[in-house]
Design a binder for this molecule. Sequence first.
Ligand SMILES: Nc1ncnc2c1ncn2[C@@H]1O[C@H](COP(=O)(O)OP(=O)(O)OP(=O)(O)O)[C@@H](O)[C@H]1O
Ligand SMILES: [Mg+2]
Length: 230
Amino acid sequence: MRLETRGVVAGYGSATVLRGVDLTVGDGEAVAVVGRNGMGKTTLLKTLLGYLRPTSGSIQLDGVDITGSLPERIVRHGVAYGPQDEPVFAHLSVEDNLQAARIGRIDAARREQVLAFFPVLGTRLRQRAGTLSGGEQKMLVLARALLAEPGLIVLDEITAGLQPSMVNTVVTALNWEREQRGTSVLLVEQNIDAVLGICDRVAVMKLGQLVAEEKATKDARDQLMLLLAP
Ligand SMILES: Nc1ncnc2c1ncn2[C@@H]1O[C@H](COP(=O)(O)OP(=O)(O)OP(=O)(O)O)[C@@H](O)[C@H]1O
Ligand SMILES: [Mg+2]
């Protein structure tokens, strides 16, 4: 799935946060948006998913204008979203969180393949999601996104607070998904090594605009670390 935004301006009430964002994620491409705290990365994702309405600019998915559409419509278009805050339905069981991935039936073979990446979830299916550890909740978010069989996966700091082995699981699972289904990926990430392990391209956000772009190669690592340094 191809995502294309042009000149997106959005914010909260009278506070403008996004100041004209042009972002393209090509069909099958994986792109990361990085930047220091408070630069507008989460605001961008919320706007793409329809939780915030842009005051100007346009957002297209596979050439269809979805500017101002509600989240449920964008999800039905085939976008899976793992938000930064409150990423799971805390009061529902792990199983019910997984079932919420799709309106239609979840394919049994796919379910087995996806849960193989996250063995801990399989042992906790009846547990309330809110009682999982932070890391386990992140695994649940990713599992649910993969079960949605999306055209585009959008994840906001999925690796934040994860131990290294779990970061590796995220990298492996997303690369598997890209290989299997050619899914497009848009990550907001602080972990540059995870970005380089998954993405083709990195865009840098500063004060509500995308100001620089790099190919996600090892050579870009030092420069990206420098850009994110406090
Ligand atoms: N609900 C809100 N109401 C008003 N202002 C908000 C709200 N959420 C975020 N902001 C402000 O918008 C700006 C951008 O915040 P945003 O959460 O998009 O940044 P971010 O790049 O995701 O930061 P972080 O790396 O800390 O997650 C910040 O100045 C923040 O204070
Ligand atoms: Mg954020």
